[in-house]
Design a protein around this ligand. Structure first.
Ligand SMILES: *Cc1c(COP(=O)(O)O)cnc(C)c1O
Length: 392
């Protein structure tokens, strides 16, 4: 039995996987079990921010594994304290909560927002609705699925959690109408600055301004789901910086620890004391190895020169894409790029790229690119040659 057969015999078939077994990786190239090389324009969905097995990152996690790997959250560890300090200082938030995934980071944000209004307005006020956007994606747990504004995810698993309402992205009238409809009942508005799974669709500055203005007036918390857009992905440490905004709450996960599981919920002074002892937790949350990986990522990504490079590479990456005739246009910010195709489907292109040694992603009808933030120009060129060939 080969690896794929063995895997499928024992693992639930929740993913449509490609017939490819990856065995190792170096820089921005993965190597399959049968020795073929693949340039990586996907970073394992934006998680391997420093590529495969970056030397400093490997060193940080190995040292931590040799020192202490897990303690539970009954005790303190220095590596957690160091990571939290660095993350709060560089993002400007006052406190954070440790989880292990994007969905968990968002669960924390949802609980925090509801308790904020409960504490301040009482149970009877019923201020528990969270407004999210049509075409959003917030995760696969029951609460984050309920928050996700895409019908395709709302099958099978009834009943969903009450207390979520959707507004059309970039539709200020719809936002105002829903806030009036649920006047006094809304505790938070939650959104991605750039909808990732939804197709790499950025919010407009006007819409973002309206969210912040309307929420401020009504004491509604803003929640930025930066699970995909965060940690340098869009050319700034947080995508909100591109809009001149910092929500009361920001969630991070994917790229934060360079490819080991982590999820955090950051809160500002307005709401950072809402979750008190016993109200939330996670056994693995703040795992020391993940925190060590997170420090290694932040050490690099928070350097201004690093983000300057990300922006330069992003311009280069997009200009290269636009040279390909089959590509109609590009969307996104920094190294989070969506490409609209003229005639081909994103699924067929993705598969053909893979067969030719290039890993890319799709998001709806678009090709989606989330290359490692430290990808080299040479690697971009090599990947683009493959893409060009596939799209010819
Ligand atoms: C991937 C993603 C999530 C879910 O993250 P998991 O780690 O898979 O739970 C949530 N929100 C956004 C915006 C994402 O891109």
């Amino acid at each position: 039995m080969n690896t794929i057969e063995q895997f499928n015999e024992h693992v639930m078939g929740t993913y449509g996987r490609y017939d490819l077994v990856l065995d190792s990786g170096e820089n921005r190239t993965a190597v399959s079990e049968d020795g073929k090389e693949y340039i990586d324009f996907g970073s394992g969905i934006g998680t391997n921010s420093l590529g495969f097995c970056d030397e400093d990152w490997v060193k940080a996690i190995c040292e931590q594994a040799h020192k202490i790997q897990h303690t539970s959250n009954y005790y303190y560890t220095k590596v957690q304290a160091d990571f939290a300090k660095k993350l709060c200082e560089t993002t400007g938030y006052s406190k954070m909560f440790f989880g292990n995934s994007g969905a968990e980071a968002n669960e924390c944000a949802i609980k925090l927002a509801r308790k904020y209004s409960f504490d301040k307005y009482g149970k009877e006020a019923g201020r528990n609705i969270i407004i999210t956007l049509v075409n959003s994606f917030h995760g696969r747990t029951m609460a984050t699925l309920s928050a996700t504004g895409q019908e395709v995810f709302h099958n099978y698993f009834f009943p969903f959690l009450p207390g979520f309402a959707n507004v059309k992205a970039n539709d200020i009238d719809d936002l105002k109408a829903k806030l009036s409809e649920y006047d006094g009942k809304v505790c938070a508005v939650m959104f991605e600055f750039i909808q990732g799974e939804g197709g790499v669709c950025p919010l407009t500055q006007e819409f973002v301004d309206a969210i912040f203005e309307e929420c401020e007036k009504r004491d509604i918390l803003t929640i930025g789901d930066e699970v995909q857009t965060g940690v340098g992905r869009t050319g700034k440490l947080l995508a909100g910086e591109n809009f001149g905004k910092r929500p009361n709450i920001t969630t991070l996960a994917k790229g934060l620890a360079g490819g080991v599981p982590i999820g955090v919920c950051l809160a500002d002074e307005k709401c950072d004391k809402v979750l008190t002892a016993g109200t939330h937790g996670s056994t693995f949350g703040g795992n020391p190895i993940s925190c060590a990986g997170g420090i290694a990522v932040l050490d690099k990504v928070t350097k201004p020169e690093f983000l300057d490079e990300v922006n330069k590479k992003a311009d280069y990456f997009k200009s290269k894409l636009l040279e390909i005739p089959e590509i109609e246009g590009v969307d996104g910010m920094g190294l989070m790029v969506g490409a609209r195709l003229k005639t081909k489907t994103s699924a067929e292109v993705c598969k053909a790229c893979l067969e030719n040694g290039l890993l890319i992603l799709t998001a709806k009808a678009k090709l989606r690119f989330l290359p490692p933030l430290n990808i080299s120009y040479d690697e971009i060129d090599k990947g683009m040659e493959i893409l060009k060939k596939v799209l010819a």
